[in-house]
Design a protein around this ligand. Sequence first.
Ligand SMILES: O=c1ccn([C@@H]2O[C@H](COP(=O)(O)O)[C@@H](O)[C@H]2O)c(=O)[nH]1
Length: 273
Amino acid sequence: MTSQELTEQIFKKKSFLCIGLDTDLEKIPTYLLTEENPIFSFNKAIIDATHEFCVAYKPNIAFYEAAGEKGWTALRKTIQYLHEKHPDIYTIADAKRGDIGNTSRMYAKAFFEDLGFDSITVAPYMGKDSVEPFLEFENRHTILLALTSNEGAFDFQTLKSNGEDIYKKVIKTSRKWKNSENLMYVIGATKAEYLQEIRKIIPDSFLLVPGVGAQGGSLEDVCKYGMTKNVGLLVNSSRKIIYASQSSNFAEIAAAKASSIQALMQQELEKIQ
Ligand SMILES: O=c1ccn([C@@H]2O[C@H](COP(=O)(O)O)[C@@H](O)[C@H]2O)c(=O)[nH]1
C-alpha cells in the first residue's frame, strides 16, 4: 500500500488507529488455549471485532517468536487473513531489524516478499548500508526508530553529537539515503512535545507513534504537535485494546475500546478539514 492510499483510508475510516497484536499466551482468555492455534484464534477474533475502527495492525514479532513454531504459523495465518479479508488495512511488522547489508536484505525478503507486510520497523544504529536494502522494495515502508517511547530513549537518542541530538541526526541523515521516500519514523507518544521540532525536519513524513494507552502517552498532544494537513500519523495502542478484558466477550470489549479511540481521532481529524 502506498502512503497516499494509507492517507485515503485514514480519511475514509476517520481513524489513524493502529492496533498492536502483541499476543501473549499468558494474557489471552484461557478457554482459547484448547484451540489448534490459540494465538491465531485470538488475533482473528480481535481483527473481526475491531477492523472497522482502525487502518493498521502491528503484530510485534517478539510475541510470535517467543511461541516457537506455532507462533510463526500464527503470524503467517494472521497476515494471510488480513490480506484475504481486509486488503485495505495497512500492516506493520514490528521487528526492529537491521544488520550488515547482506543480512538486512534477507530480513527484507522475509517480511516484504515472503510474509507480505507493507512495512517493517528497523533500527538505524548500523547505518546506511543496513537500512538501504529495506528501502529497495517498491510500495513497502521502512519505519526507522528515531525517538522511542521508552525511558531508555534518553540513554543515547537525545545525546548530542556535534551539538545536535542524535535522534535528529538519524532523521536528517536517513533523508539522504537511496529511496528515502520509502521511510517512515517511530516517535513515541510519550515524547509528544518533541514532535514540534521533528516536524520542522520532516514536515510530511508518516510517523508511527506507539505509547498511547498502557504507556500513558497523550493522543491529544500527539495530534497537537505532530498532525499535518495529510494527518501523517499512525497512532498505535496494543495492550489497552487487546487485553481490555479477559472474559469470553474480550473481542467485544476490545472493539468498544478501539471505537472510543476512533471517536477521539475523528474529532482530531475534524480540526484539519
Ligand atoms: O518506541 C517504541 C517502539 C515500539 N513500541 C512497541 O509498540 C507497542 C506498544 O504497546 P502498548 O501495549 O500499547 O504499550 C509494543 O509492541 C512495543 O514493543 C513501543 O512501545 N515504543
